[in-house]
Design a protein around this ligand. Structure first.
Ligand code: GUN
Ligand code: ZN
Length: 427
């Protein structure tokens, strides 16, 4: 059976940071044909209706059909502590995050939050996330089980920490290696799930633990490895104390085999010239977390890096203050404005879809509308509230129509979500 989804269609033939707006393609009366969980065709509605006369039709009028959002850096266990007041990074971790992550020793609690989290993000049009779990192996089972039952493409890994974390939230180099390997063997490549090797960050891992993660990554080179890099200046000063031999923050990872293609570094705000050059040379990915970087007071990411590196966009739930990738695009726009750069709506939308997919090295599967891609789609109402509707009335092109939704939209703008060719019932 073919499903034919009708509406305005937005997809990309290239990277708008390299090729400009022409990289984005808009079909005003378009259609996406979906068969067997994948996209069979993208084109003009009249042509695809003629090509698929038997198809089940889903007519969305003027609404916009796009690839689903890809949130490239989240901590699903921080769902319940999102929007906690008044702290900067290290205090925020100690005050809010670590006590909450302690609760994930209880599998029932982990299941409850994993399901709650995925329902929250699906309702906001996010069809893939790359998540940190907690130190507890059960917390990885919980998120993968919840993703599997929804048919969602999800990346996740056990967060490893062997120092500077409270009792009950520390592993060792050996147990981190053993547990990560067991979880990787259990989940990596099962259905739409990918295991990610996940040392939290250098302040909470000894060099021995980072080395153990590097050894595991050498055994499973096709996995991603995720961690945090140069988020806050106090954190960077602390890393300097903890690793007196290292040239800089990146070197603490590089020295242990944790820098190459497939390395995904969250935040990466306060980078030195050497760090930038090495990241480019190594082909690493960076993830911009704009609501988190303003909420925790970390700083302003340099988006010009997107010209040289794979850069994804992320909420960083719950350091970030919102589950919505629309809100996150708005924050990315504002952060870039503060650095004197006006990101175009085509660039913002690309970052939230194909850009994040590229950062996670799965751009051949998700993050765009093209034949053969997995059918993870969102249908966006471009007039979801009176305030947005009135701001679009004089629009003369898609970008003017879309930008008010980027800046002011929320879950009300998300009309429909498809995962692997199946229309979801939103919670
Ligand atoms: N650095 C290390 N752990 C975390 C975390 O949980 N959130 C954020 N924002 N930064 C971190
Ligand atoms: Zn994070």
């Amino acid at each position: 059976m073919t499903d034919l989804i009708l509406g305005q269609v937005l997809y990309y033939t290239d990277d708008p940071f390299q090729q400009g707006i022409a990289a984005a393609k808009h079909i005003a009366q378009g259609a996406v044909a979906v068969e067997g969980g994948r996209i069979a065709a993208v084109g003009e509605a009249t042509a695809l209706r003629a090509r698929y006369p038997q198809a089940r039709l889903h007519d969305h009028g003027q609404k916009l059909i796009s690839a689903g959002f890809v949130d490239a850096h989240v901590h699903y266990p921080q769902t319940a502590i999102i929007a906690s007041w008044g702290k900067r990074l290290i205090d925020w971790l100690n005050t809010y995050t670590f006590p909450e992550e302690m609760r994930f020793a209880d599998r029932a609690y982990a299941d409850d939050i994993a399901n709650r989290y995925l329902d929250l993000v699906l309702a906001r049009g996010t069809t893939t996330v790359c998540s940190y779990a907690t130190i507890h192996p059960e917390s990885v089972d919980a998120i993968f089980t919840a993703a599997q039952s929804r048919g969602m493409r999800v990346f996740a890994g056990k967060t490893c920490m062997d120092r500077n974390a409270p009792d009950g939230l520390r592993d060792t180099p050996q147990t981190a290696y053993d547990d990560s390997k067991r979880l990787l063997q259990k989940w990596h490549g099962v259905d739409r799930l990918s295991y990610v090797i996940t040392p939290r960050f250098s302040p909470t891992s000894t060099p021995e633990q980072l080395a153990a993660m590097g050894a595991l990554w050498r055994e499973y080179p096709d996995c991603l490895m995720q961690t945090h890099l140069s988020e806050q200046t106090d954190e960077i000063a602390w890393v300097k104390d903890l690793f007196p031999q290292s040239r800089d923050y990146l070197d603490t990872y590089e020295a242990q085999g944790l820098l190459r293609e497939g390395a995904v570094y969250g935040h990466a705000i306060h980078l030195t010239a050497r760090e930038k050059a090495r990241l480019v040379e190594a082909g690493a990915s960076l993830v911009h977390c704009p609501t988190s970087n303003t909420f925790i007071g970390s700083g302003l990411f340099d988006m010009t890096l997107a010209q040289q590196l794979r850069v994804g966009l992320a909420t960083d739930t719950g350091g970030g203050s919102n589950f919505s990738m629309l809100h996150t695009m708005a924050a990315a726009y504002e952060v870039a404005q503060l650095r004197g750069q006006s990101l175009h709506p085509s660039q913002l939308w690309w970052l939230a879809t194909q850009g994040s997919a590229r950062a996670l090295r799965c751009e051949d599967k998700i993050g765009n509308l093209a034949p053969g891609m997995e059918a993870d789609l969102v249908v966006i109402d471009l007039a979801s509230t009176p305030a947005i509707e009135q701001a679009t009335r004089r629009a003369t092109d898609l970008w003017q129509q879309l930008f008010p939704t980027i800046m002011m939209g929320d879950d009300r703008a998300v009309s429909e979500v498809w995962l692997g060719g199946k229309r979801q019932t939103l919670a």
